[in-house]
Design a protein around this ligand. Structure first.
Ligand code: GYE
Length: 370
């Protein structure tokens, strides 16, 4: 218990320091500093005997949690779902009502209303899109059910107790700052970038797009085109196939907003005879840094991969424990993230005034990744 409390206090203190000086809640994730001073992972794993004794359900009551998950579009999503299922297991004293919303906002709203009807103890939402939330969150509030948001942010309501996730704009800025340093190192003076965006309206898409564009505008790069691949491998392949036809010989950078899109884009470039990666004509940048993504960084197919940490559930459990013991959890908790590269030529980049190291991918790093 003690170790966990210290972990939580540490994370609360760090988060508070990080967020001091931030603007309104709605824009806080975009304004927050680089992702190198995040919340510390709760000290113990969920299957630890001591952790079980600490669980809110230790009193004997099963805690019912409704989780409205985005869908099953990517490796990242699979890791996020597994994180919740592992932590909120029957063994740990939870009854997890899991709904895969298949990337459909209407289904997600319906799922949340279903949880209200079931009178669950807590509701977890990973919002597919960032707007359209105030009415249903008011309904949750009226029903007295605490809502915890994970991963993507909500822009038009603050009727939730906590949000646990990543700073997507920082991820986009990091990709841009890395590209600037990399191009300088390689003597590349002109950047013509194609962007494959994530799902439209998702805060992850909005933040990564804004962050990268900010650097592109500052450096005078050309963003040749920017279209949604819906965070899927098929979507990435489809968009890249059409890019290869429309912009043959006119681009030297491809930015995919998640690993699965990058896998699809690689297939399409291969088909079109376009070489990519550290030995190719096109610099390939990705986000998420899931295991398969890191394998492609190590092989040199992806030049750089900006991590987005999907393991939010242990932090959510801390929020629930704080609520159960009558405390007030932090409104925002940022996950720890790393920036991964293939070549050992740039050691760090500066993002939002903070220096963050670049990590060269090794087999050990891949083995330890989710
Ligand atoms: O990058 C992508 C997933 O919301 C951060 O959603 C998440 C994104 C992640 O489908 O792989």
């Amino acid at each position: 218990m003690k170790r966990k409390l210290i972990g939580l206090l540490l994370c609360v203190a760090m988060t508070a320091t990080m967020l001091s000086g931030c603007g309104s809640k709605g824009d806080a994730p975009a304004d927050a500093p680089a992702a190198d001073a995040p919340a510390e992972a709760p000290a113990e794993s969920s299957d630890d005997a001591e952790a079980d004794a600490d669980a809110p359900a230790a009193s004997g009551d099963v805690i019912t949690i409704g989780f409205a998950q985005v869908g099953h579009e990517s490796d990242w999503r699979t890791a996020s779902t597994k994180s919740c299922q592992d932590v909120f297991s029957a063994e740990n004293g939870y009854d997890l009502q899991f709904v895969d919303c298949d990337n459909d906002s209407a289904v997600q709203l319906e799922a949340v209303r279903g949880f209200i009807e079931q009178d669950v103890d807590y509701i977890i939402i990973d919002p597919i899109v960032s707007t359209g939330w105030d009415t249903v969150l008011t309904e949750c509030e009226d029903a007295g059910i605490p809502v915890i948001i994970i991963d993507r942010t909500i822009e038009d309501s603050d009727k939730y107790v906590s949000w646990v996730g990543s700073n997507f704009k920082t991820e986009g800025l990091a990709a841009g700052e890395w590209l600037k340093a990399y191009a300088a190192e390689k003597g590349i003076t002109e950047i013509n970038a194609l962007v494959i965006e994530g799902s439209t309206g998702a805060s992850a898409t909005i933040g990564r797009t804004e962050g990268f564009k900010e650097i592109a505008d500052r450096e005078g790069w050309t963003i040749v085109d920017s279209q949604s691949g819906d965070f899927t491998q098929d979507g990435g392949a489809e968009v890249m196939e059409s890019y290869c036809k429309s912009y043959e010989g006119k681009f030297n950078v491809v930015v995919c907003q998640n690993d699965n899109e990058a896998f699809g884009a690689m297939d399409a470039m291969k088909q079109a005879g376009v070489s990519y990666g550290v030995n190719g004509d096109v610099i390939l940048i990705s986000f998420d840094a899931c295991t398969a993504g890191l394998e492609f960084v190590k092989s040199g197919d992806i030049n750089a991969d900006f991590e987005c940490n999907p393991l939010a559930a242990p932090f959510v459990e801390e929020v629930i424990k704080t609520l159960a013991s009558g405390g007030t959890p932090e409104k925002e908790v940022y996950m720890e993230e790393h920036w991964f590269v293939n070549e050992d030529i740039i050691s760090s980049i500066e993002v939002n005034g903070e220096t963050q190291n670049l990590t060269v991918v090794t087999d050990d790093i891949i083995a330890a990744q989710y």
